[in-house]
Design a protein around this ligand. Sequence first.
Ligand SMILES: [Zn+2]
Length: 561
Amino acid sequence: MTHGDEADLVLLSNTVLWLREDDPVAPGFVAVRDGVICGTGPRQDAEDFVGPGTEVRDLGDRPLAPGFVDVHAHMEVAARMRYQTVDCRAPQCGSIPEVLGQLRAHLDAAVDGWLVGQANLFFDQKLAEKRLPTRGELDSVSTEVAIALRAGGHITVLNSRALELAGIDAGYEEVQHSITGLPTVVRDNAGEPTGVVKEMDNILPLPQLPADELAPAIQQGVREQFSRFGVTTIGEISETMDGLTAMDRLHQDGILGARVRLYMWVPGTTTLEQACDMAVEPPVASSPELLRVHGVKMFSDGGFSASSAAVKQPYVHEHGSCGEVALSPERIAEALSATAAAGLQLAIHANGDRAQEAVCEAIVAAGGVPDGAPTTRVEHAGNFLPDPETTTGAWAAAGIVPVPQPVFLYTFGDFFPTYLGEYGERGRFPFRDLLNQGWPLTGSSDVWIGSEQQATNPFFSIWCTLARRSFFGQVIDADQAVTLTEALRMHTVNGAHVLGESHMYGSLEVGKHADMIILDRDPYAVDIDGLLEIAVEEVFLGGRTVFLRDRTGDRAESQAG
Ligand SMILES: [Zn+2]
C-alpha cells in the first residue's frame, strides 16, 4: 500500500451487486475515504487500501449494494400522514367492520377533537363490501369525535360531527376550485350530505401538525419509510416551505438519513418565479450534496382514481369525459425557459396519454428543451400506453424522459378496464418494450396519502416489475416483465441518471459517494416473492452509517457529523 491509498473503511463481501449488465454480482470489496468510494475490485486487492487507520469489515455472504434512488416521492406528506393518523389501509383492514374496529381502537388518539384515518387509493374497490363506509357507520364509532377517513387524498368520508365542524349541511355551497381539483359534497336524494366529499381536504378544518413536531415527523418518516428500505436519495416533490426548512435543519444536525432533491411544486408550494429564485439564492444552508432545490414540478392533468387523467377515449362512467389538460402550451414554454435559466429540472405530471402528447407537443413548439438544461421529466409517463408508437414518438420528439411508477401496477392495474373499458386493457406498464427501446426507466414510490403500505420499499417496486401482479392477484401482461438486474438498475443507477446525478451516486464505482446498503440475503438467490422478504441491515450515506437494523427491531443511528 502506498500511504495515499489508505481508506477509512473497507467492506468485503462474497456478493457485491455491481449491477453491470454483463456481470451483475461478484465477490469483491469497496474502499471508502472521506465519504467517497476510492477503490473497488476483487477481494484479494482490498489490502492495497488497508492501513493502520482503516476499519475493515468482512460481510461474508451478506450482499453489498448501492443505495436505492426514489426519484419521485412526497416524503413530507407521507411523514405528516403517518404521524397523527390511524392506518386503516387494505388489505390489513379488509372490510368495513375492520375499518370501524381500527378507528374505535384508536379513539383516544384523537387530536383537537378529530380522528383522521388513512385509507388507500381505490378503497371502495379494495374493501370486501366494494363500497366506502357510510356517515352512519362512522357515527357508530363516535358522534362526539369528528372522524375523517381519507381514502387516497381525493375522496374523504366524514361522520356527522366532522360535517358539523366543517360547516357542511344541506345548504352548503362548494367553492369553485381547490389545489387538487373540483370540490364536491356528495348528497343523498333528500339533499343531505352522505359524508363523502371529494377534493375537499385542503378546505376541511383537519388538525395540523404543530410546527415544532414537523422536523421529528420528517426525521422519523425518512427513517421508517425510506432508510429502513435502503433508499439513500429521494426526489422529493415539495409540500410546504416549513417542510423544506425542517429538512434543512435535520441535515445540518446530521440526522436525516437520505439525500433530498427538491422539486418545488408550482403553484402548490411556491410560484414559478420564487422557485427559480431559490436556485440562485438557496433557502437552505445544508451542503447541496445532501439537500438542494433541484427542480420544479407542475401538473398537466389529474389522476385515474378521480377520472381526471387526460386520456384519448372517454371514461366509462363519466358521461363522455376524457379528463382535462390543465397546463397551456404558453405556460409550458414559460416554465421551460425559466427553469433552464435557473438550472432547475422541469418535471411535469401527465398521467393520461393525451396529456403526455400535449405536453410533448408544447415542448416541441417551444423549440425543445433549451441546450444545456436538465432533461425534462414527464411524471407517470410509461404507466399506461394504449397507443405506444404515437406516445413514445412524442416523447422522443420532445426529448423528455418518462418517469413511471411500477408500484401502480399493483395499486390500480386492475382498475384501468373498470374506468376505461377495452381501451384500459392495452399497454399497462409496458416496461419490457420500453427498456428494449432504450428508455432509461426508473422506479419510484410516488408515496402520498393512500399509498400502499409497502410503496416506499424498492424491493416491492422491483417485485412489481417482475411479478406484475395486481392488488387482486391478476398477472398483467407477463411478457412485459424485466430481469432482476434491469429492475435493480431502474432503482439505482437509472434513478441517479434521471436526476442528472449519475456521476455522484447510484452504483459502487470509484469517485461516487459511498451510498451503500447491506442486505440480509441475496436477491439473485431467492424466488420472485422472496424479494419482498429481503431486509436491509445497514445503510451508509457518504460512508457514514445512517441506519442499523438489529435483532430487536429497527433502530437508526443518529450520530452527528
Ligand atoms: Zn406524485
